[in-house]
Write a protein that binds this ligand. Sequence first.
Ligand code: SF4
Length: 241
Amino acid sequence: MAATFRYDDGMTQTPAAAGRVAFLKTVPPGELMIHEIYRSLQGESTYAGLPCVFVRTTGCSLRCSWCDTPHAFNRGERMPREEVLAQALAFDTPLVEVTGGEPLEQPDVIPLLAELADAGRTVLLETSGALDISQVDRRVHVIMDLKCPDSGECDRNLWANLDHLKPTDEIKFVIASARDWQWAERTIREHRLDERFRVLVSGVYGLNLADLAAWVLASKLNVRMQLQMHKYIWDPTARGV
Ligand code: SF4
């Protein structure tokens, strides 16, 4: 029997993937279930440090062992898509990231991304890599995870997504252990990811970063090690920052 994960905010989730997002089927076309919309500094990616509006959607069918947004698994408010767009634009900030949860669990995220780009925003999509990205507007900068073994979700990686990424898109590996790094290094070489895309390597908060830096340097891969900036500026468990 598969394990039941317990997160540090006390939430317990059974691991049946489809059931985890079944509640999203009650959201009618034209609406989205939104966890929060706020403005902060972009903490990761090649856009790190820039002011950014975050649209955080509710729901994710994965349960990564180190997930830092379990509060977005099932808490949110139904909103018309036009209202989500209006709120995001009202911050008058050039950069907008749609994140989650997993944004692509909700069909209306696809038109929302295009509408944000139509409005002249630079649009980032943070996605788990487990759902099809082929319908995402080509103006959107995709930041896609490839889940390493210690996440517990490695078998959810949708490898066909690599064929839909653009050279300017970013692939992120979150590393929790030496085993994860070895898997990431092997995967990057096998798919020539550092020649085809921007590759980000991030340590789970608490990992010895000097170890990770040494592994990256020793590999001679053309990858960018990054810190989750917001976790060093604010309390690592703080929300809405
Ligand atoms: S994909 Fe993202 S939101 Fe979903 S469980 Fe993993 S880290 Fe959390």
